[in-house]
Design a binder for this molecule. Structure first.
Ligand code: PLP
Length: 363
């Protein structure tokens, strides 16, 4: 495994990590299509493959911990809950709907309880941690603070260093879903998080052509429990997906910087547009509310020619979608559009948005 000085830039790590180092080796770890290995106890589900290991090395170095990859972001979320066995999970009330569905199903089965908080309101979160520590039969050991920042789809921002400190001083473990921040925008383990998770399907893969997930921790006991979860739940990444995700990761820093720059410019332009009620921007993500509610926002989404109307995000191509139509996101503003800014030319994106917004008035 490659070792890096702590002063090596993420851009360099993304390019150099996870490469074979032997003379005559291929420059990239090949796609190992194997479940079985000759003359040994190795089996891919239990021991992994070199293709996964290369991706895990790269993500681990970027986040500052040890990484395990899984078949999807949701597989990671399931593995984390399985591994940490919480009694009470404190989660943002507005956050990725899949994770809330998972915790909701477990809560219906009485496996755990959830406590919803406004994650940007630090005092509210801290008060919820105190109550949860009091209510859990095993005290703070039974509590997890599940942070998502920026949140999907409203881009609320948590005070990560402060929340990690407050949780740690109470002996509460912290999980951070850092899918929107990516390893370039944040390194939550350095703030004291117990586990950071990614839907690698999004920015890490970066091309809307795969599903994969990653968990990173620097706690060896948690790592072992997460590895055990992958073995017994069987949620292993595919070989092609792991290869493509690492190929995507090589350009993540460049893509993230370019998309974030465009997103910032688009946010400023949208803010002064008469059809826009409010705009938020975090990294490559935009979340804006169109005046005229659901109908107007649907028209905008249906009228773009460059921006793809699509539900997922994090690709080189810009995508956008009105979110309130999903039952899991029913509590966001009806006219809220979440946009993932890609790497197209900013002028073309703005022209596209302007024309789409003009369609509101032209009926
Ligand atoms: C997409 C997403 C997930 C789930 O990831 P999958 O790869 O689709 O399973 C989890 N968290 C966030 C914030 C996401 O955007």
């Amino acid at each position: 495994m490659a070792e890096f000085e702590s002063n090596v830039s993420p851009r360099t790590i993304a390019v150099t990590a996870g490469r074979p180092l032997g003379d005559g080796d291929p420059v990239n770890e090949p796609i190992v299509l194997a479940s079985n290995f000759r003359a040994g106890p190795e089996y891919a589900r239990t021991h992994g493959t070199r293709t996964w290991a290369a991706l895990e090395e790269a993500i681990g170095l970027l986040e500052g911990g040890r990484c395990l990859t899984y078949s999807s972001g949701m597989a990671v979320a399931s593995a984390i809950v399985f591994a940490l066995r919480p009694e009470i999970v404190v989660i943002p009330s507005v956050s990725y709907l899949g994770v809330r569905a998972l915790l909701g199903d477990l809560s219906e089965r009485q496996s755990l309880q959830t406590r919803e908080v406004a994650i940007q309101n630090t005092l509210e979160v801290v008060a919820a941690l105190d109550r949860a520590g009091h209510d859990a039969t095993s005290g703070s050991d039974g509590v997890i603070l599940w942070i998502e920042t920026p949140t999907n789809p409203t881009l609320d921002i948590a005070d990560l260093p402060r929340l990690c400190r407050e949780a740690k001083s109470r002996g509460i473990r912290v999980v951070v879903d850092s899918t929107f921040a990516t390893p370039i925008g944040a390194q939550p383990l350095r703030d004291g998080a117990t586990v950071v998770m990614h839907s690698g399907t999004k920015f890490i893969g970066g091309h809307s052509d795969l599903l994969i997930g990653a968990a990173v921790t620097n706690d060896d006991t948690v790592y072992d429990a997460l590895a055990r979860a992958r073995v017994v739940q069987g949620a292993t990444p595919g070989a092609l997906e792991a290869f493509l995700a690492l190929r995507g990761l090589r350009t993540l820093p460049l893509r993230y910087e370019a998309s974030a720059r465009s997103a910032e410019q688009l946010a400023a332009l949208l803010a002064s547009h008469p059809h826009i009620e409010s705009v938020r921007q975090a990294g490559p993500m935009l979340s804006f509310v169109v005046r005229g509610g659901a109908e107007a926002a649907d028209r905008v989404c249906a009228s773009t020619t460059v921006i793809v109307p699509a539900t997922s995000l994090g690709g080189v191509e810009s995508t956008m979608e009105r979110r309130q139509k999903y039952p899991g996101d029913a509590h966001v503003a009806p006219g809220l559009i979440r946009m993932s800014v890609g790497i197209e030319a900013i002028d073309d994106l703005w022209n596209d948005l302007q024309c789409a917004l003009a369609s509101i008035g032209s009926r």
